[in-house]
Design a protein around this ligand. Structure first.
Ligand code: TXA
Ligand code: MG
Length: 329
């Protein structure tokens, strides 16, 4: 109900929910969030679907808008390490990772602080909380003004590709959001790396992402893999991050009904290429946009060339494997 009245309110102001993030645009976003509405926000990784993490009905609206199972917890975004320390209990390893990578595309899963502001629904009732300090200047400005954690999953319907532009958010979730702040195309283009730092457990890489494993291991040593029976996060479900077309991996050739997604100089010229130079950071930044573009052509299958698995290639291959997995939808 909150969403409906907010959406109507927005349409009275303008037809498009996409707003320039100047002082007045950010002011509108703050007002919307404070009254429990949802706002699309840019981050350096992908766009987020944000709500005040203290407000259970606003958080419930996120789950409804995404069609996300209620048991999946949300990342709490905060403006600074100091604010993160109010929400979670950081040991030396957490502090070292925060000092190295925040603000930036790292999410830490830590024990929830006793006086965390986040509501139980945002945490999905777990004793841990995922936190991150985004570096995007618009996210920083908004979080600083809000002075509270914002719960924000990627702003896509559950199971589909994450958006890397404001217009994609408006197209796919426009009815659920009051507005989306236009912070331009996301620079990383792939979600944050998620590391769990829990007492008496090795640091664990729950989701490879925009920071290469090698860079994280340089700070905390070797990262453990998650135990299978603990994997409940939607980003860890087998079929996820999926375009409409089916996806075939490690393609050497293009078959009937297929269109190529290339990588590196070996790809035929004229093919959509994630990075002609073979640069994995550039490829990660282009991944979702390229999949969306090829999907929009109505092709049956997207055939993707082999991508190396070091550096950001680990996250790219993780997303591609899930996009290629059998669908339940
Ligand atoms: O880059 C990103 O991380 C983006 C931007 C918007 O910040 N957010 C994002 O959120 O990707 P989401 O909800 O699409 O993915 C977060 C993942 C989910 O798989 C969720 O289940 C997992 O993090 N997660 C959240 N809290 C957790 C917790 N306490 N323990 C384990 N996994 C958790
Ligand atoms: Mg997501």
């Amino acid at each position: 109900m909150v969403i409906k009245s907010s959406a109507v309110h927005r349409r009275e102001m303008s037809d498009s929910p996409v707003i320039t993030p100047d002082a007045s645009g950010i002011g509108l976003a703050v007002a919307a969030l404070q009254r429990g509405a949802l706002v699309g926000i840019p981050t350096e990784t992908v766009y987020g679907l944000a709500a005040d993490a203290r407000n259970p009905s606003a958080v419930a609206a996120i789950y409804a808008a995404k069609g996300r199972p209620h048991f999946n917890p949300l990342i709490a975004h905060v403006a600074s390490i100091a604010m993160a320390r109010c929400e979670v209990m950081m040991d030396e390893r957490g502090e070292a990772l925060a000092a190295a990578f925040w603000p930036g595309p790292l999410t830490l899963v830590l024990p929830t602080a006793p006086h965390s502001h986040t509501c139980e629904l945002a945490r999905a009732g777990l004793g841990t909380l995922a936190v991150r300090v985004p570096s995007h200047p618009v996210a920083q400005a908004l979080l600083t003004l809000m002075n509270c954690p914002l719960a924000a999953p990627s702003a896509n319907p559950s199971g589909q590709l994450s958006p890397t532009s404001a217009n994609e958010v408006a197209t796919e979730l426009g009815d659920a959001i009051e507005l989306v702040l236009d912070g331009g195309r996301c620079s990383s283009g792939i979600e944050s790396s998620i590391v769990a730092i829990l007492p008496n457990c090795a640091a664990t890489l729950l989701r490879p992402g925009a920071i290469a494993r090698e860079a994280i291991e340089a700070i905390v040593g070797p990262l453990a893999a998650p135990e299978n029976n603990t994997i409940t996060a939607p980003g860890q479900l087998q079929s996820h991050y999926a375009p409409r077309a089916s996806v075939r991996l490690n393609a050497e050739q293009v078959g009937p009904g297929e269109i190529l997604l290339g990588f590196g100089a070996r790809a035929p010229s004229g093919a959509r290429n994630l990075s002609v130079a073979g640069d994995l950071t550039e490829a990660a930044a282009n991944l979702y946009q390229a999949l969306r573009e090829l999907d929009a052509l109505g092709t049956q299958t997207i055939a993707v060339m082999r991508i190396p698995s070091f550096g950001l290639g680990e996250a790219i291959n993780d997303r591609l494997r899930r996009a290629a997995a059998p669908r339940s939808r």
